[in-house]
Design a protein. Sequence first.
Lengths: 479, 479
Amino acid sequence: MPARMPINPHVIEMEYAVRGPIPQHAAVMQREGRRIIPCNIGNPQALGQPAITFHRQVVALLEEPSRLDREKKFNRILKNTPAIADELREEDLVSEYVLDYVENMLNQWPAGMGAYTESHGPLFIREAISRFIDRRDGVSAAGLIPADPDSIFLTEGASEGVRLILEMMITNPSDGIMIPIPQYPIYSATIARCGGTQIDYYPDEDCDWCLDRSVLEESYEKAVKDGVNVRAIVVINPGNPTGAILDEKSGREVVSFAQSRGLAILADEVYQENLYGADWTSFAKLVGEEDVTLFSLHSTSKGFYGECGHRGGYVEARNAPEVEGSDISFMELLLKQASVRLCSNTVGQALMYTVINPPEEGSEPWAKYAAEKEAILSDLYEKAVMVRESFKEMAGVESFGRIGALYHFPRLNGLPEGTTDFDYCMALLEATGLVTVNGSGFGQKPGTQHLRIAFLPPKEMLEEVLPEWITFHNGYVSM
Amino acid sequence: MPARMPINPHVIEMEYAVRGPIPQHAAVMQREGRRIIPCNIGNPQALGQPAITFHRQVVALLEEPSRLDREKKFNRILKNTPAIADELREEDLVSEYVLDYVENMLNQWPAGMGAYTESHGPLFIREAISRFIDRRDGVSAAGLIPADPDSIFLTEGASEGVRLILEMMITNPSDGIMIPIPQYPIYSATIARCGGTQIDYYPDEDCDWCLDRSVLEESYEKAVKDGVNVRAIVVINPGNPTGAILDEKSGREVVSFAQSRGLAILADEVYQENLYGADWTSFAKLVGEEDVTLFSLHSTSKGFYGECGHRGGYVEARNAPEVEGSDISFMELLLKQASVRLCSNTVGQALMYTVINPPEEGSEPWAKYAAEKEAILSDLYEKAVMVRESFKEMAGVESFGRIGALYHFPRLNGLPEGTTDFDYCMALLEATGLVTVNGSGFGQKPGTQHLRIAFLPPKEMLEEVLPEWITFHNGYVSM
């Protein structure tokens, strides 16, 4: 007979709604040939968002360095052979700028894409990330502390960064991590899998998901009273699932709170380029000269690039924690822990490099790059507004916060007695094919109901389904 | 002040010699401009082994599907424009076969490389892997049970498969995993990090690392007497660090032992194409019709392809364990656990597909593919023999087992009193620049000393360094 054994109960207990029963039911409907509009996950390219040409040209050439000479030859032939000018066009060719860009990368990466890298990624990529962070935060103008390449750690998307950091911090059930409610379930799931304690805190929905010091203190005090050693506070900005961009004052509250309580901040900033014109301040900048411990996460999966499948990302650490009872520093331990998986994948690393190192303004590929970026971001914003506008026609639906990330998280006031947001989302799926995730999958303030929708489907699809949703909704709530 | 906290002691305790003090000292020497020959890790492309052209052409085209039309156009132009025939040659072009191959993949993978896939990877890749396994093991001829695509799980190299499976099986210190000594340290490190118990068993070096039932029983009995619940037995075949190919009889012993004790087998078979002409039997085939639980691991990192940086791999499960106290099946739990990291990287997935789906014999790219494969494997074998031959000139050095994988693990008999194999490897590094790993980094029978050397450096480099090693060695042991 096969082996029979108890399985780690932490694995059995943990939940992951984003890939849970609703999307699973959607998969069944799809097999039955019914229309499905998957808005349950921030997976833009699955819904037709194109990749940025520049990014893909670079990684394709990195995979086939021999093409550098070949493409140069094609460029030469085009110039010198008028007979084929009709057939072979400028757009068929790879710009010299891209060829030089790749050549420059390979000079710093002689073993190329097929070799394991250092466990935290090649130094030249970590250096480029540190320059990106400094540029983004205006470090030199503001006289702030620059980022340190040795405190940057390339990971398989941001997800692996969350796992690596939380596994370091959680040893037993008395180790607690504060997470915002609602939260992205990677946090609850990973805390559960590591056997730690999840400590909820509640941003204020009616004040656009702002954060008040007293809310943080209250949640902290309660945990301490329960015998929990609070290790860190997670902040997701722009928010997931809320989609809301945190105001700077709230961010400062978090820093000052973490400072006074000696906590690490785990700042999930993977949506930092999904701002749609709103202002946003990084936690690195908010921490500034303070010696507060910060782990900031970024990813190639979101923004306007949406390269989810490539699993690129990084963690930047500032003021890494002091390790009690060991001479080894936190970063050395992190490196040792990560060395077991050898390194993150090189294409994800390379994409991270291209994301934070776009073509220079005015360079050959610039115009196309900028146009693609603008088209994707303005399309996302238009769709965000379309969806939010339609909420106005749904009885009892309210949506808060400055639009960011890829999501809305509307509150569903007045669902019929005895029905939950899970029931609602399942019924919505059955009625319209729209795949959303119930608020309870992310956690929510007791007594409230929500759903999360990713505003990613093509506009025509939204134009078709939004009126159906409105009809469904107003019927559902008046049941 | 920064946060101050205890760090998970499992992370502090675990060791990973392959990236430990010796390679770290080598990095210092390299910065000082001294010659370094890194044989500490199976990272072939870092030592100049070329990638297989076919594999890279495919993944590069997958990254830039618009090139499919462009390359067809180039092919047409070449045929129709004699004026440029001198410049544009056949080898500059991508064969129609490759273009069709990629088109066929994309037809089954419409969202392409930029989208998250199912947590265990796209179905068409899992189906292709199941066909590969059946072909490899001669399933239809032998009337064996075919592989099931739903029991195949794409992972970030084999490393992630090890982590996912062990995290499921280990809940507390009384959960034990049997591992061969010597072993590849991902096993000891992951068991340590999960807080489980490592149970050593000792293959017989003098019998070419063969396995005897009594050795397995003895190690099992001892663990049970110590109150350990033994969950699984790890076998690495071909071996790492030993490089030895397990004989079929030993493999059958493992299956029958696991069967009688109700254990799962975790078969690390990542070197299954590093056989150099020797015969090898997969554990899937050895398990055959028996309902023994098996997890078999494969990877894109080794073989003749050596695509370490791309982090491709899979686990195939057979007769998955029955889960005590839960209605959810093992595979569903595995899927849930893995859904937290969303999916493995798509390029690694695609490479895994190309590795198990080479160009058909006689097709356009076949000749080149076969020649590259043959060149790499015969070069590896020649180097393996060169290194082993040189052991004969080193006093007290013996190496056992049929040559497989990428390693030798010679026994160093008669090191000077008071010196360890760590001292030896460090002195060897200082004297010659050769980076090896001390046997104690993998575990070894008490009272023995070894080192592991990856036979990857270019031949000229080995020709230069091997005589230096012989001189160093004979001086060292006569100290």
